[in-house]
Design a protein around this ligand. Structure first.
Ligand SMILES: [Zn+2]
Length: 172
């Protein structure tokens, strides 16, 4: 699918959703086309995993919807900020997950200036957060809570950074 085709599918989805849903500034929407020509979408949301609220990315929701209908091969996907409707690059975790859950190394990701392969994103090492909320908090309470430092470090490793988006947790 071309950028224009998938973007216009994504606009149809966003227009329908906007009629009854209010999006937060961090909400993303992913629209994907399968090799068989079907369109699926997902909206990022918070799910409770082991009693903890975890942000589930839109790419994963869309991919699950697709799998539920018996499909595994994604031709093209686009990820958008729900509010300003600008395309975003999926995170490496989601790219890796989708690649490994089907024959999707050649799946294309639609960006305004180019189409890139999912494998190019998955191959990018995750950027280390420079200053996360977790580390700032740790500096403040470090003396009092030195016992918990190991746990804090693990939390930082789970955290991921996206350009334009700030997330406390990333469940891919
Ligand atoms: Zn992701």
């Amino acid at each position: 699918m071309t950028f224009d085709a998938i973007y216009s599918s994504a606009m149809d989805v966003l227009n329908k959703l906007s009629a009854y849903e209010r999006f937060g500034p961090e909400t993303t929407v992913c629209v994907l086309s399968t090799r068989s020509g079907r369109i699926f979408y997902g909206v990022s949301r918070v799910e409770t995993v082991n009693g903890m609220p975890m942000e589930v990315h839109a790419e994963i929701i869309a991919f699950r919807e697709m799998q539920a209908m018996g499909e595994t091969a994604v031709e093209t996907l686009i990820l958008l900020s729900a509010v300003d409707r600008s395309p975003l690059i999926p995170c490496p975790n989601c790219a890796m997950f989708i690649m490994q859950s089907g024959d999707n190394a050649s799946t294309t990701v639609a960006l305004p200036d180019r189409m890139i392969r999912l494998s190019e994103i998955a191959g990018t090492p995750a950027k280390k957060p420079v200053a996360s909320k977790g580390s700032l908090l740790k500096d403040k309470v470090g003396d009092l809570m030195s016992v918990m430092e190991d746990e804090d470090d693990e939390d930082e490793d789970i955290e991921e950074e996206k350009p334009k988006k700030k997330k406390l947790f990333g469940l891919f």
